[in-house]
Design a protein. Structure first.
Length: 222
């Protein structure tokens, strides 16, 4: 008798479970039917399905530096390095001392790397100058024909993601590390009426001057 009760009890529980599941299933079907009759389809948000025209896995476009312009300027001297121009703009606002009345800054975004790459070098900018057709006629106490200033040198990640708080490497007293590409803005004061057609970036202070074309120049956006 005891063995018979042990067998029948699980069977009773199994039957009860079937009854309960059947009832729940019937209730669920009823809810679905009611929703369909009421015209209340599930919204895309409720169902977890992306709305039309949207990709659930889409990511923001990554930031990137402008492409470096050709050719490359190879600078000789106490330290040797290469320079490429990425962007050229005219601006009336630059860090530090603003351009005086009647002048503006011709600003260049530069890519700088030691040559050979495995050496550290003193942070350069004073060895460069921008030449342009009307420069000789415009030289005065404000326009000297040399680079007047520069921002700190930064790596690509610093330039793209650090914002204005990035410290970088001082453009006058700093040292650029080996096997590292750096970027910074450098500028030269020019007349607001300067003829900048065919402007070039050149080495300074040597007899055999090497230059590269500045290329397209746009007005800075503020």
């Amino acid at each position: 008798m005891r063995d018979g009760r042990r067998i029948r009890a699980p069977r009773l529980w199994a039957c009860a479970a079937v009854v309960v599941m059947t009832a729940l299933s019937a209730c669920g079907n009823g809810d679905t039917a009611d929703t369909a009759e009421a015209g209340g389809d599930e919204s895309p948000a409720a169902s977890g399905t992306p709305s039309p025209g949207k990709n659930a896995t889409a990511q923001p476009e990554p930031k990137k530096m402008p492409s470096a312009r050709e050719p490359v300027l190879h600078v000789d001297g106490k330290y040797t390095y290469t320079v490429q121009i990425l962007k050229a703009e005219t601006a009336v606002n630059v860090p530090g001392t603003p351009p005086p009345a009647g002048t503006m800054a011709l600003t260049l975004l530069l890519r700088v790397e030691a040559e050979p790459r495995n050496r550290s070098i003193h942070a350069p900018y004073a060895a460069l100058a921008i030449d342009y057709p009307s420069l000789k006629d415009e030289l005065n106490s404000h326009i000297g024909g040399v680079l007047d200033g520069a921002t700190p040198y930064m790596t690509e990640d610093q330039m793209l993601y650090s914002g204005e708080g990035a410290k970088g490497i001082d453009s006058v007293f700093g040292t650029l590390q080996p096997n590292t590409v750096y970027y910074h803005w450098a500028w030269q004061i020019v007349s607001e009426k300067a003829n900048l057609e065919g402007a070039t970036l050149c080495e300074r202070g040597i007899s055999d001057v090497s230059c590269i074309p500045v290329g397209d120049i746009t007005a800075a956006e503020y």
